[in-house]
Design a protein around this ligand. Structure first.
Ligand code: ADE
Length: 249
């Protein structure tokens, strides 16, 4: 059984790469894929790159070329649900594409020819990821300085909305949320890749789970201190979560 660990950002992958046993790098489609073992489990590490097309390409190669049997995604996201704060973590239960609109041919958000707008994550893998997240955050927090801002992160589980747009304005977010809510979708977070990977995994019947650390509130301050946050918080969380997940697989 080989598990793909798909990271959104290079900083998140670095810690995993350092732990990879018997690393072997394979180049495909302008990307690097790293085969090896993490805590005795066969893994392939890859970067999704940014946006839905790039992420779908990486996910497809992971399945078709590397034969992975499940995909776990880690990354950052903008928090949009009530009470979802910067420094919190969201484990996805399902994904929707907030920029999919083939109306009037199909209902807004519906993926043409799928008869659905959202894709569920694998419940069993997601349950393990949730457990690993709780344990991982306890571990990562222990490494923080005692007055670190992110000492008590909340863990949420729910819908995440993906689209090819970095959402960075309160007015823009309001429009996005109103549209989704009118169709019955209330996302906890927004990002740019998860729904694409979920759709590829649906096509191939490959279990998928995803976790996102909240780096911003998708509002007018969404770009502030992004690199620092990724390095200091999100990368540590991702590493600790994956390290806790591995023995569970
Ligand atoms: N990833 C992290 N923050 C995001 C945002 N505000 N919009 C889209 N993707 C993100």
């Amino acid at each position: 059984m080989t598990t793909a660990i798909l990271s959104a950002l290079v900083e998140e992958q670095q810690g995993l790469l350092q732990l990879l046993v018997n690393p072997e790098r394979v180049r495909r489609g302008g990307r690097s894929y790293w085969r090896g073992e993490l805590q005795g489990r066969n893994v392939v590490l890859a970067l999704s790159r940014i946006g839905k097309v790039a992420a779908a390409t990486t996910a497809t190669a992971l399945i078709e070329v590397f034969g992975v049997q499940r995909i776990v995604f880690t990354g950052v996201a903008g928090g949009v649900g009530a009470g979802v704060q910067v420094g919190d973590v969201v484990v996805a239960s399902a994904f929707v594409q907030h920029d999919m609109d083939s109306s009037p041919l199909f209902p807004r958000y519906q993926i043409p020819q799928y008869g659905r707008a959202s894709f569920d994550c694998d419940p069993a893998l997601t349950a393990l990821l949730l457990e690993a997240t709780h344990e991982g955050l306890t571990r990562a927090r222990g490494e923080f300085h005692e007055n670190n801002l992110y000492q008590n992160p909340g863990v949420h589980q729910g819908l995440i909305a993906s689209g090819d747009r970095f959402v960075s304005g309160a007015a823009e977010l309001q429009v996005l949320q109103n549209g989704l809510l009118a169709a019955g979708y209330a996302p906890l977070a927004v990002e740019m890749e998860g729904a694409a990977v979920a759709q590829v995994c649906f096509d191939y019947g490959v279990p998928f789970a995803a976790v996102r650390t909240i780096s911003d509130r998708a509002d007018d301050q969404a770009h502030v201190d992004f690199p620092t946050f990724v390095k200091e918080v999100a990368s540590r969380y991702a590493l600790a979560i994956v390290q806790n997940l591995m023995p569970m697989l």
